[in-house]
Design a protein around this ligand. Structure first.
Ligand code: 5GP
Length: 179
């Protein structure tokens, strides 16, 4: 275990099993069709990379980057596109792949923004759901794990751009968050 970690919330094994299940479920739901996976950088990159290897349907990728918490652990509420999609999504089956849904502000903005571009269908897949702090109503079609209201890192999620490479989801020691 990393020296800055207080506790591991989800182990490598638990994540691996659940990601495989999600991949199978998505493959069944979209049988006979193709999908465009829209990964939200940077947090969703590791989840996305593992998830797509369990998809048994034609899969295309695109990526977006949006501003989120910056260097603090509190949501500012404002969402800004830092990197937009490369191509049109009109008529495509889009699945937004997120790392975590917290207040729901980021996802709500993304769904509205992408829906306006007239995809055939749009669904949401998130590795983690933290429903305790939800301020806007968002529909999550595929959810890996529901977790309590704690700031987590690892498996793509960062604190001040660190810890994304941890293979598990963990809570850091309080003194680390205080900086
Ligand atoms: P929301 O807009 O739903 O409040 O927040 C979504 C974004 O906030 C996520 O994509 C993620 O970047 C960040 N976020 C929310 N909760 C956590 C957390 O527990 N850990 C980390 N590392 N990021 C979080």
């Amino acid at each position: 275990m990393h020296q800055d970690v207080q506790k591991i919330l989800l182990t490598e094994e638990e994540i691996k099993d659940r990601v495989q299940q999600l991949g199978r479920q998505i493959s069944e739901d979209y049988r006979g069709e193709s999908i465009l996976v829209v990964g939200i950088l940077k947090g969703a990159m590791i989840f996305l990379a593992d998830l797509v290897r369990h998809l048994e349907i034609p899969t295309f990728f695109d990526f977006m980057a949006v501003s989120s918490y910056g260097s603090s652990t509190m949501s500012s509420g404002a969402v800004r596109i830092l990197k937009d999609l490369d191509k049109s999504i009109e008529g495509k089956n889009v699945i937004i792949v997120e790392d975590i849904v917290d207040t729901g502000l980021t996802l709500s903005y993304l769904v509205d923004n992408l829906r306006a571009r007239e995809p055939a269908t749009i669904k949401v897949c998130t590795l983690l759901d933290k429903p305790d702090r939800r301020t806007v109503d968002v529909t999550i079609d595929y959810n890996g794990f529901t977790i309590p209201d704690e700031f987590v890192v690892g498996y793509g999620l960062d604190f001040n751009e660190r810890y994304r490479n941890l293979p598990y989801i963990a809570v850091l020691k309080p003194e680390i968050y205080k900086g």
